[in-house]
Design a protein around this ligand. Structure first.
Ligand SMILES: [Zn+2]
Length: 564
């Protein structure tokens, strides 16, 4: 019964991709369409929630509202989407425009007013329908490269207004793009399930790259696969599209065993609170270790993403000594399809037993590990699968604690765990300026901070596999003016702000004792105030005070007088 229901759904899914666009939206840009990223693309700790439109390698392309509606939210921040605009439309959808360089005048005036009211550059406000209504095709902004953006482009989303789930914008604007290119398979992976399956005598995963012959056909696996018991599969693949050189994410993945569809994922919407489940969607260990994205074709117990259709959660049982014929089918939004067929040889062999484990952690429980110097507490709902926690620690002369290796391999957590490290004796007399750092494989340190508690520091971590210790930052941020004699001539004040170790956690500029709006982007150490004669009287001597605090609480202040 279950299988019949699945097959029906599968047929509906396959032919459902060719539906007519649900709304008649107009495109957000009026330059030829070229995408650098598509919906659901695989990113670090999240699925990409929109389409990235190229903007001809430059900023300041006019951005237009895709339909009538009203500005429902404005978000300004140094990172993330930078300058971002949200517009609600009458049909129940919200469009989102990110990494903008500037807003159109009435939106810019509105947000500046709010920034002065709240005395902050970083702002995230929701608006009522009557405040800023917009018309379809109205220019609302200029494109940019603000926030967490690696080059000029427009990040564009369509969301379900009610749930705020991002949707595949190609379902609405697909007709404005062409795509005749098929997805491209790069690798196949095999995952014997611990204690239940074996491949070529081992319970370790096998990850194989798939090459192409001179004629452009795919090569073979390059290795014979003998399997027994329960295994999972994975595939590494990318998509291509006309008018762009970028490699994009694959929308639909289907796996067939002897012609039977056992797994299908179809990326067309997801809730934001599940976007971190990408770390279970992909082979997280290989992503962390090799920067490679194998998409798993089985669903782990803690993964509740709803983009799957499976039999037995995609797990395959090899229980006969015969050839199993497997086939991957990858397709894009326009039905361009790539297939790859290969064979697994069923061969009876001993299944390695589950290794002895002192600290087994269950997906169904809250889990913890503690000793006199260390505490790790993982609330329920953080693991995607059971793990064996492995702990190592050793004394250090450099740091203010032992060095801790928190598990021997990368394991994703859905939200976060609390970790506490004890300070050593030399740190105990004065507890200011301390924080936890993560030490990467190259020995580089990243400041995580945390708060002092019971003779140690506590911090939240969101994956296992890292190396940590307590370090100290006693050096305050450095504030430097940039060419103050040119400030008035240039119409702006530029200041650079740097902190070597723990980074900037707070800054504030004041002119004549009143808040002055300094903007900043995460990619730059420059903080900018644009002279505003409606807020600052001309023909006077003014005093600027700029203050900053770093992640360890060290404070700096800079004062200067200037004529304006
Ligand atoms: Zn984007």
């Amino acid at each position: 019964m279950k299988i019949i229901r699945f097959t029906l759904l599968f047929v509906l899914f396959t032919y459902g991709t060719f539906t007519v666009d649900a709304q008649n939206f107009s495109p957000p840009l009026r330059i030829p369409v070229s995408l650098s990223a598509n919906f659901g693309e695989l990113r670090n700790n999240h699925f990409h929630s929109g389409l990235d439109y190229r903007t001809q390698q430059s900023v300041n392309k006019p951005v237009y509202s895709i339909d009538d509606g009203f500005v429902s939210r404005i978000n300004v921040s140094p990172g993330g989407y930078g300058l971002a605009l949200y517009i609600d439309h009458p049909g129940g959808h919200t469009s989102v425009y990110g990494h903008l360089n500037s807003f159109s005048k009435r939106i810019a005036d509105y947000i500046k007013q709010k920034q002065y009211e709240k005395e902050t550059y970083r702002i995230d406000i929701e608006l009522k329908p009557e405040e800023i209504p917009v018309k379809k095709g109205e220019q609302i902004a200029l494109s940019g490269n603000t926030g967490g953006s690696g080059g000029p482009h427009l990040h564009f989303e369509i969301r379900d207004t009610k749930t705020q789930d991002p949707l595949d914008a190609k379902d609405f604007l697909g007709k404005t793009m062409t795509d005749t290119q098929k997805p491209d398979i790069r690798g196949i992976a095999f995952y014997p399930q611990e204690g239940k399956g074996v491949i070529n005598g081992s319970s370790n995963p096998i990850r194989l790259n798939i090459g192409k012959t001179k004629s452009g056909d795919y090569g073979g696996l390059g290795k014979t696969i003998h399997a027994w018991g329960t295994i999972g599969m994975g595939v590494k693949a990318y998509d291509r599209m006309n008018e762009t050189g970028s490699v994009l994410g694959v929308e639909n993945v289907a796996l067939f065993v002897d012609g039977v569809p056992v797994f299908r994922s179809s990326m067309n919407r997801f809730p934001f609170d599940k976007t971190r489940m990408i770390n279970s969607f992909v082979d997280f260990e290989d992503w962390r270790n090799n920067k490679s994205f194998f998409m798993k074709s089985f669903v782990e117990p803690g993964n509740t993403l709803t983009l799957y259709e499976t039999i037995n959660n995609g797990y395959i049982n090899i229980s006969a000594e015969r050839n199993y014929n497997l086939r991957y089918e990858l397709s894009d939004h326009y039905g361009n399809k790539t297939t790859y067929s290969f064979v697994i040889k069923g061969q009876k062999q001993a299944i390695p037993p589950v290794p002895v484990c002192d600290n087994r952690m269950s997906v169904l429980l809250s889990n913890w590990f503690t000793n006199a110097d260390f505490m790790l507490s993982i609330p329920m709902g953080n693991l995607y699968t059971d793990i064996c926690y492995n702990h190592r620690q050793w004394a250090s002369l450099i740091y203010y604690s032992d060095v801790y290796q928190v598990n021997n391999k990368p394991v994703p957590l859905h939200r976060s765990a609390i970790m506490w490290l004890k300070m050593n004796d030399k740190a105990r007399k004065d507890t200011t300026g301390f924080g936890i750092i993560e030490i990467n494989k190259k020995g580089e340190e990243e400041w995580m901070g945390g708060k002092y508690k019971n003779g140690g520091i506590e911090v939240a971590i969101n994956e296992l596999g890292g190396r940590y210790a307590i370090s100290r930052d006693t050096v305050a941020p450095v504030i430097s003016p940039v060419a103050p004699s040119d400030w008035v001539k240039n119409g702006r004040i530029n200041i650079t702000l740097k902190d070597e170790k723990s980074g900037i956690s707070f800054y504030r500029g004041e002119i004549d004792g009143k808040f002055a709006l300094f903007s900043n982007d995460v990619k730059s150490t420059t903080y900018t105030y644009v002279f505003d004669s409606s807020r600052l009287t001309k023909g006077q001597l003014h005093q600027l005070i700029f203050r900053a605090t770093d992640g360890a609480g060290n404070k700096s202040e800079y004062r200067i007088e200037f004529d304006y």
